[in-house]
Design a protein around this ligand. Structure first.
Ligand code: GLA
Length: 398
């Protein structure tokens, strides 16, 4: 027996698989990260208390049980560096380690924000020249996600490579790679979220610098025009999404501004079709029940979190109605049909053409907003209120 045990230990120790499993970093973001971020509602006013309250609410509203995990502190937590270069939080955040411990005690994870330039977008201290130190500091606090925002680094690029966009791009990529190396060197698994914008096409190079998600647009706002403009920019980026690597059309505005219920539903549904990170950005302490039920619709969340990790595509548009599909694990298919127009009759009547979705004959499915079984048929007239959506999961498309 003893010989057998020690022999198998030797075999285990020598096996390449065992060696790999000892050194391989823990994979993160195998499905799009879910959670909440402080920026869209609190912006520069966010405090330690807001983060704690939000963590409490994520638990008590059922959001945690629905998959929301990361509680992310965005910009304006930063204070000054001391004589040793150590970055301190400002008076709004008296003790980051205690805050991280609190969030962890709820079974949640905590995210933080910095950038490769000297200053963040809101003008606070960022990480340029202090990447290793900051990564170590974040790890010592127990941080689980870093959003790293370009902002003032663009000025650095322009100063270091004036008039040479290609050299500027190399500097940008190198800056993101530097922080990735520093994060990996801590040994703590952290999701790495790149915040850059469309003009630098981060979907093309984000994965090569360790990014798990990369912003694909400038900032979202809580109004339909902006949400729809962002959505339109996502068509064509499908090929760049896969487990561990996600296009990020920005954080959710569900429950913010004056979005109608239809707009909130359509926004949430389409972010799920896009395999986008689902980072709520609303005031969780004062969340209306109808917003809570949108954010915790488990079947829509399941589309977002589908383990195949394939981003949905716009298949066709007719007038102002758009038809998108997303291929899911097990051969299932999600179909989303929404009216982008400003009135119910903007495209009337709309008739669904199943053959354009490569579907043939009646398709049995489930309407994910009514929870009822439904059948999509060829040439079916579908009437949708302005900015509203029909989202159907077809388990066995034919
Ligand atoms: C940029 C980002 C936002 C937010 C702010 C903070 O605008 O795109 O998401 O992080 O900076 O200053």
């Amino acid at each position: 027996m003893r010989i057998f045990v020690s022999l198998s230990l030797v075999v285990l120790a020598l096996s390449p698989l065992a060696a790999a499993s000892q050194t391989a970093p823990t994979p993160v973001a195998q499905t799009p990260p879910m959670g909440w971020n402080s920026w869209n509602f609190f912006a520069g006013k966010v405090t330690d208390k807001d983060i704690r309250d939000s963590a409490d609410q994520i638990v008590s509203t059922g959001m945690k049980d629905s998959g929301y995990l990361y509680v992310n502190i965005d910009d304006t937590w930063e204070g000054e560096r001391d004589a040793n270069g150590v970055l301190h939080s400002n008076a709004k955040f008296p003790d980051m380690k205690a805050l991280a411990d609190y969030v962890h005690s709820k079974g949640l994870k905590i995210g933080i924000y910095s950038g490769p330039g000297p200053k963040t977008c809101a003008g606070f201290q960022a990480s340029m020249g202090h990447e290793t130190q900051d990564a170590q500091l974040f790890a010592s606090w127990g941080i689980d996600l870093l959003k790293y925002d370009l902002c003032s680094f663009r000025m650095v690029m322009q100063a270091q490579a004036p008039g040479d966009p290609a050299a500027q791009m190399r500097l940008m990529e190198a800056a993101y790679a530097t922080m990735n190396k520093a994060l990996k060197a801590t040994g703590r698994p952290m999701v790495y979220s790149l915040s850059i914008g469309a003009r630098d096409a981060p979907w093309e190079w984000g994965a090569s610098v360790g990014g798990n998600l990369w912003r694909t647009t400038t900032d979202i706002e809580p109004n339909w025009n902006r949400i729809y403009a962002i959505l339109s920019q996502q068509a064509g980026l499908e090929a760049f999404a896969s487990p561990g690597h996600w296009n990020d059309p920005d954080m959710l505005e569900v429950g913010n501004g004056k979005l109608t219920l239809a707009e909130n539903r359509a926004h949430f549904s389409m972010w799920a079709m896009l395999a986008a990170p689902l980072l709520a950005g609303n005031d969780l302490l004062n969340m209306k029940p109808e917003i809570q039920s949108i954010l915790t619709n488990r079947e829509v969340i399941a589309i977002d979190q589908d383990r195949l990790g394939r981003q949905g595509s716009r298949v066709y548009t007719e007038g102002e109605v758009e038809v998108w599909t997303r291929h899911l694990s097990g051969g299932a298919l999600a179909v989303a049909i929404f009216n982008a127009g400003n009135d119910r009759y903007s495209t009337h009547p709309f008739h669904l053409q199943l053959s354009r979705l490569d579907l043939h004959g009646p398709q049995k499915g489930k309407d994910l907003w009514t929870g009822k079984d439904t059948t999509l048929t060829d040439n079916q007239p579908i009437e949708l209120a302005s900015h509203d959506i029909l989202m159907v999961r077809i388990a066995s498309p034919k």
